[in-house]
Ligand binder design. Structure first.
Ligand SMILES: Nc1ncnc2c1ncn2[C@@H]1O[C@H](COP(=O)(O)OP(=O)(O)OP(=O)(O)O)[C@@H](O)[C@H]1O
Ligand SMILES: [Mg+2]
Length: 273
């Protein structure tokens, strides 16, 4: 959340009455004054961001603006001071590449790393939720792109994450498959209620899915749009107004969604030293 528009949370000034504080759940994700540098370049600079439990947030930004860097930090893949970055322990990530192990059958990929009883049963349930009950024993190489990405989603969900991190998970899929994946992600989000951070270059995807759309620029959350349109979302006047504002924040002049996505993907990031 933008520093200027912070929602009240339990981690609030000491003057907050105890009863009010108790009523507001703490954020699922809290990033406070976090800086991430590679050599002399600060990719994330004194960054602040809160994500509420169950909130669906989309993150837009130019190529190289630091979206994956932020996501990796929240996933615990890169180190971060605990007083600057806090997340739920139960986290899962889905990347653009489904990253299935080719030598393990689909259900074993989904159950990877799980311990306990009836692991196959749990994998079956998770694969059932993403519509892949019939591909339990398939080899990953025989899956279509959309199926592989659904398997990756099942592998994330089986861990019952409180925070689901998605890094351009639909970018490599065709338009129709992407629409189906949007519906699936919304269904799974409603059923499991994790906080979600979706990184995407696609402004329309962000508005279609998210409660809140953020723009990362110069190492900080430079803009946000809260989207209150009822789901499923049509590309109506209100949708288009949000799209125009977001494209403006991104410095993109074309309002054609396909052209805009290309421009956002390939617009070089301004140096954030
Ligand atoms: N391990 C690393 N070592 C050095 N530089 C890095 C490392 N990881 C990322 N960077 C740099 O940090 C910047 C941000 O990278 P990041 O991958 O977070 O961008 P992004 O917003 O995800 O871009 P894209 O939209 O192209 O995926 C880039 O300039 C990148 O080269
Ligand atoms: Mg990236």
């Amino acid at each position: 959340m933008l520093q200027t528009a912070r929602r009240p949370t339990a981690v609030s000034p000491v003057s907050t009455p105890p009863r009010a504080a108790a009523m507001t759940p703490p954020p699922s994700v809290r990033v406070k004054g976090f800086t991430r540098s590679f050599g002399a370049t600060s990719v994330l600079k004194d960054m602040n961001l809160d994500i509420q439990p169950g909130e669906f947030v989309a993150l837009l930004g130019a190529s190289g603006s630091g979206k994956t860097t932020l996501l990796r930090t929240l996933a615990g893949l890169d180190p971060a001071p605990v007083d600057q970055v806090s997340t739920p322990a139960a986290r899962a990530v889905v990347f653009q590449d489904p990253r299935l192990m080719p030598w393990k059958r689909v259900w074993r990929n989904v159950a990877l790393g799980l311990k306990g009883r009836d692991i196959r049963g749990k994998a079956e349930d998770a694969l059932g939720e993403v519509g892949l009950s019939h591909r339990l024993d398939a080899w990953p190489a025989t899956l279509s792109g959309g199926e592989a990405q659904r398997a990756a989603l099942a592998r994330a969900l089986i861990r019952e994450p409180k925070l689901l991190l998605l890094d351009e998970p639909f970018a490599a899929l065709d338009a129709l498959t992407r629409i189906r994946m949007h519906e699936l992600v919304l269904k799974l989000w409603r059923a499991h209620d994790p906080a979600v951070l979706l990184v995407t270059h696609d402004v329309d995807e962000a508005i279609t899915l998210a409660d809140r759309v953020l723009v990362l620029d110069q190492g900080r959350i430079a803009a946000e749009e809260v989207v209150t349109l009822p789901r499923p979302r049509d590309v109506d006047d209100a949708f288009q107004a949000i799209r125009r504002r977001l494209l403006g924040h991104l410095g993109v002049t074309s309002h054609d969604p396909a052209v805009a996505a290309e421009l956002i993907a390939f617009r070089p990031r301004q140096d954030a030293h």
